[in-house]
Design a protein around this ligand. Structure first.
Ligand code: ZN
Length: 317
């Protein structure tokens, strides 16, 4: 009886109605919100999945082009005539304008970002390990080698060439005081490294990396003198615009080398990364798989060996 009285009490009734609304509202909120959230999450996941799928397809197409490019290069290096005609990549024709050059010219595959892995100072005890990793990921690199005449080094040099990688010169002696003391000394050292490579693997190298880079502070002679000499020999010198940091006196961790090597690649078109193939640089070898995997996962990005078609990165103009 008392209950009925209280329900008919208009004030109480109003309170009960408000309470009902609040409860109903809360229940509705609790039911609808998860539904909406799960719908949104599903939509996002679906979109991401599609984007990833498209990205994977694009990367696959690009790496196939890179492989084709490499096999064309290998084909040409086996038949080192420069006026041979080959069907180019995606129908591009081979440019034979550098017909006197010992290096054949093939257009590089189109990509928004191109990455060149370059290794200085080899061959070394780690050359084979580096070559195995490059093979595993199906990429070609560039080795700027020194003149090392012992049997193991010569075998490693031959393995680099046999793997279809680009061989560049990094001076014969790598002794700053000797090679940069005069143009004559430089030219003598140049002749030695060039014939060291040619005699051991039949490659007439046309790429050079100055020990210390073209912007080194060691040479008393203006580096343009040496650069002009190289140009006179139809040799292009390459510096770098990405440094893995493995050259420093302080040994970097694998993670630091990975971080340095990937810095800014997605902002630049050409990326020449400096590494060292040296007995004191094992962290570089350990970092390599993660570096290659990360680059291969980047949008519209391809890893290529340096060839006559590569736009040089040079510190001095
Ligand atoms: Zn060096």
């Amino acid at each position: 009886m008392a209950d009925r009285v209280s329900v008919t009490d208009p004030k109480r009734r109003k309170r009960i109605n408000r309470l009902k609304k609040i409860i109903l509202g809360t229940v509705a909120f609790l039911i609808i919100t998860p539904c909406v959230i799960s719908l949104v999450v599903t939509a996002i996941l679906f979109r991401e999945k599609n984007i990833n799928k498209a990205l994977r397809a694009e990367n696959k197409a690009l790496s196939e082009k890179a492989t084709l490019f490499q096999s064309k290069l290998e084909e040409l290096s086996l038949t080192p005539s420069t006026d041979k005609e080959f069907a180019g990549i995606s129908g591009d024709t081979i440019d034979t304008k550098i017909s006197e050059s010992p290096v054949s010219y093939i257009e590089e595959p189109e990509a928004k970002h191109k990455v060149y892995l370059t290794f200085d100072d080899g061959p070394s005890i780690y050359t084979e390990e580096i070559l195995d990793i490059l093979d595993e990921y199906g990429v070609k690199a560039t080795f700027f080698v020194q003149g090392k005449e012992d049997e193991n080094s010569v075998k490693r040099l031959k393995d680099i060439a046999a793997g279809g990688h680009t061989i560049g010169m990094h001076s014969y002696s790598h002794k700053y005081s000797e090679i940069y003391s005069s143009l004559d000394d430089f030219a003598q050292d140049f002749a030695l490294i060039r014939s060291y490579i040619y005699d051991n693997c039949g490659v007439q190298s046309v790429f050079y990396r100055f020990p210390g880079g073209s912007s080194n502070n060691v040479s008393d002679i203006d580096m343009h003198v040496f650069a002009d000499y190289l140009a006179g020999q139809d040799v292009v010198f390459f510096d770098w615009n990405v440094s893995s940091g493995d050259a420093g006196k302080q040994k970097l961790s694998k993670d630091a080398i990975v971080r340095n090597s990937l810095l800014g690649i997605e902002d630049r078109q050409e990326n020449v990364i400096l590494f060292h193939d040296s007995s004191s640089k094992h962290s570089t070898v350990l970092a390599l798989p993660e570096i290659i995997e990360s680059i291969q996962a980047m949008d519209d990005t391809v890893i290529l060996p340096i060839t006559a078609a590569t736009k040089p990165v040079q510190h001095i103009k």
